[in-house]
Design a protein around this ligand. Structure first.
Ligand code: NDP
Length: 327
């Protein structure tokens, strides 16, 4: 048994329910490894967990994403040893100094990638990977609309799409954010806070309806996203940063031109061990090769977790926000 310091959600609620507490960490159980955490990723899923949108019992240590170094290995674990550098994007309790994680959720971090970058890349990087490769196999000749393109998923998705030869129409809420999207390769830029008719602006920029829309903003953009598609285009609703989309009439897909809509999540794209390793490897290889830039736009110590989440939820961040243990 060892003592650690972690960011707890005391009860479901807003930022004031977060507190840094000491807690006991038992020896790793069967199938688990114990990891000294170097950094944890800040994500919207943590917000949903804190608020109780995703059910769970309180109190709990927040954070699905992190990276660190293995300090101990439980019974029955193959392929991992003390001293290995590992990362994960789908295992809870990450915002602490020491954590036991199921080995099946971890991947090795290659030497060329530092642990803060690894913690920043896992959840949003693998999300961008499945969106660009599996939800829709984007390629040359395609035009994709990416909302919140200066954000964590947004910046990575733009880069992966551009690398596949796809033209990207990017939206964001300020000219500074649009400059970031341009730097990632988007060629058509729209400040959605300023245009009166977003779908018309997209069609004008693209010269036609787009082939696919990647929408993680949700409630505020969904209608315009649907109206931006070409006949038989694909609407990918992958989040609700502005709120969840209310139920809608399926006849709208008919009226829009035989449209498709999907609501994917990362867990279904890394459930298989081979698939997890494949996506993580492709993301890490691209980072190591300099082809995928990770922008760590915010770095907060654990005791400022509330400020980190306020910045994310308040649209004041670009790229990735991470939390680091006290020095
Ligand atoms: P971002 O870094 O993209 O931050 C969210 C951005 O959304 C903001 O910076 C802001 O950009 C934009 N936004 C627009 N309206 C609002 C609003 N009312 N409140 C807050 N933000 C708003 O976050 P992430 O990259 O971490 O996540 C983006 C989305 O992807 C989220 O919805 C998240 O839940 C989802 N997601 C889904 C996954 C999946 O597998 N389905 C996995 C990972 C993330 P701007 O100022 O430019 O408008």
């Amino acid at each position: 048994m060892t003592t650690a310091r972690g960011v707890f959600v005391r009860e479901h609620g807003e930022h004031d329910v977060l507190e840094l507490r000491e807690h006991d960490v038992p020896d790793p159980g069967p199938g688990e490894v114990q990891v000294r955490v170097a950094a944890a990723g800040v994500n919207f899923i943590d917000v949903y967990r804190r608020q109780g949108v995703y059910p769970g019992t309180t109190p709990f240590v927040l954070g699905d994403e992190g990276a660190g170094t293995i300090t101990a290995v439980g019974a029955g674990v193959d392929g991992f040893a003390a001293g290995d550098r590992v990362a994960w994007g789908q295992a809870g309790g990450s915002e602490t100094t020491l954590v036991n994680q199921p080995a099946e959720m971890l991947v090795h971090v290659p030497d060329a990638v530092d642990l803060e970058t690894a913690a920043a890349a896992m959840l949003q990087g693998m999300t961008a990977h499945y969106l660009a490769n599996s939800t829709y196999a984007a390629g040359p000749g395609d035009i994709a609309l990416v909302h919140a393109a200066a954000g964590g998923v947004g910046q990575l998705l733009v880069q992966l799409l551009v690398a596949k030869g796809t033209t990207v129409v990017a939206t964001a809420g300020s000219s500074e954010k649009l400059d970031i999207a341009r730097g990632r390769g988007a060629t058509h830029l729209i400040n959605y806070a300023e245009v009166p008719d977003l779908a018309a602006a997209v069609r004008e920029a693209a010269g036609r309806g787009v082939d696919v829309v990647y929408d993680g903003v949700g409630k505020d953009t969904f209608d315009a996203s649907l109206a931006s598609l070409r006949p038989r285009g694909l609407m990918v609703l992958f989040g609700g940063a502005s709120g969840q989309v209310p139920p809608f009439d399926l006849q709208r897909l008919n009226a829009g031109g035989s449209l498709f809509v999907t609501r994917p999540k990362l867990a279904d794209h890394v459930a298989d061990r081979d698939e997890l390793e494949w996506r993580a490897r492709e993301v890490f290889d691209a980072i190591a090769a300099g082809a995928l830039k990770i922008d760590i736009g915010g770095r907060y110590p654990f005791d400022q977790a509330a400020e980190a989440y306020q910045a994310l939820e308040g649209r004041r961040t670009t790229g990735k926000v991470i939390l680091v243990p006290p020095g």
